[in-house]
Write a protein that binds this ligand. Structure first.
Ligand code: IPM
Ligand code: MN
Length: 371
């Protein structure tokens, strides 16, 4: 398969982790005889610094022409701490989601058996958690009308949803549930918000098209509690933009590190793949950022194009790295493995080289011959 991939590695650790994901995709292309080409473009704070615009036209044009977008991270403290900044790096990502029509953000969260002890949550609570969050991504309070009074003392953000916006992402979530454990939980705040009542009505009306799927509902405050009390009860979660943003960060603690969580953002025509973590400015350039979320996002890219064996190969290689504790300091504080080391192990494992050189005894003490 030929794929032309736009690479928007962005800010902070974005370029380091994205570099590893490209290595992995290149290894996959070689192994399975695909032709993947990559083209870089600016986004976020680096784009503001160079062009004044967090999503330069050239970048958007590249994304519109590419088969997929591989995204790194966005954000810079110099904007976070300045509430009156007129341009912000995040606007680049939001504008890109809107321009590409990426209405569904898919975030899988899984408790790996070998990492149970890394989570601050108790092992017996998180064991067997395997949930996918379907977050609506181009509507709601993120994109509603915003106002700030002239004297700067009052502000508003409008939350709006239409039936069509709800249906298109809900169809994807119902289908995902069908392919998994047939359970779909709609997370909303229908006891307070009109938009949430519309979500319930629309999603309930759709349920008859998916008779095998058991649909239930949770208020977002309760869902936030359930996520840390009993996360293995969930199969597929469907929710609106803002609730999905919050619930998915919360869910990331289950995996033991936010550096493991991948995501796909898809629309009818375009697709973008990005780790859910941010730009982690404190870690930039230190070689300590976990590349696994970016690599697993690349696996989701492969899945999106129907390359299921290839995606599985990447996931197996990642699981092997995790099993052998070939992980960055967030997961293995004393292992001495850098971002590059972890990427190279996974790359070589995919290319089958790893199997020849691995000496598990050495690997435990960080002396593998291949890294
Ligand atoms: C995410 C991020 C973004 C969001 C920011 C960077 C705008 O937190 O992808 O979850 O809020 O959607
Ligand atoms: Mn977020």
């Amino acid at each position: 398969m030929n794929l032309h991939i736009a690479v928007l590695s962005g800010d902070g650790i974005g370029p380091e982790v994205t570099h590893q994901a490209i290595k992995i995709l290149t290894a996959v292309a070689e192994k399975y005889q695909h032709n993947f080409t990559f083209e870089d473009a600016l986004v976020g704070a680096v784009a503001i610094d160079e062009t004044g615009n967090p999503l330069p036209e050239k970048t958007l044009d590249l994304c519109l022409d590419a088969d997929a977008v591989l995204f790194g991270a966005i954000g810079d403290p110099k904007y976070d701490n300045n509430p009156s900044a007129k341009v912000r790096p995040e606007q680049g990502l939001l504008a890109l989601r809107k321009a590409l029509g990426l209405y569904a953000n898919i975030r899988p969260v899984k408790a790996y058996d070998t990492l149970l002890e890394k989570s601050p949550l108790k092992e017996e609570i998180i064991r067997n958690t395997d949930v996918v969050i379907y977050r609506e991504l181009t509507g709601g309070i993120y994109f509603g009308k915003k106002t700030l009074s002239e004297d700067g003392t009052s502000a508003s953000d409008l939350c709006e949803y239409s039936k069509e916006e709800i249906e298109r992402v809900a169809h994807l979530a119902f289908k995902a549930a069908q392919g998994r454990n047939n359970k779909l939980t709609l997370v909303d705040k229908a006891n307070v918000l009109e938009t949430s009542r519309l979500w319930r009505k629309v999603v309930t009306a759709m349920a008859s098209h998916y008779p095998a799927v058991e649909l239930d509902f949770l208020f977002v405050d309760n869902a936030a509690m359930q996520m840390v009390l009993n996360p293995s009860q969930f199969d597929v979660i469907l929710t609106e933009n803002m609730f999905g943003d919050i619930i998915s960060d919360e869910a990331s603690v289950i995996g033991g590190s936010i550096g493991l969580l991948a995501s796909a953002s898809i629309g009818n025509k375009y697709a973008l793949f990005e780790p859910i973590h941010g730009s982690y400015p404190q870690a930039t350039g230190k070689g300590i950022a976990n590349p696994i979320a970016s690599i697993l996002s690349a696996a989701m890219l492969l899945d999106h194009f129907g390359l299921a064996d290839e995606a599985e190969t990447v996931r197996n290689a990642v699981e092997r790295a995790i099993d052998l504790e070939i992980c960055t300091p967030d997961l293995n504080a004393n292992g001495g493995y850098s971002t590059e080391n972890v990427g190279t192990f996974i790359e070589e494992f995919i290319a089958d080289i790893g199997a020849l050189h691995i000496n598990s005894g050495n690997i435990k003490v960080g002396q593998s011959t291949i890294i």
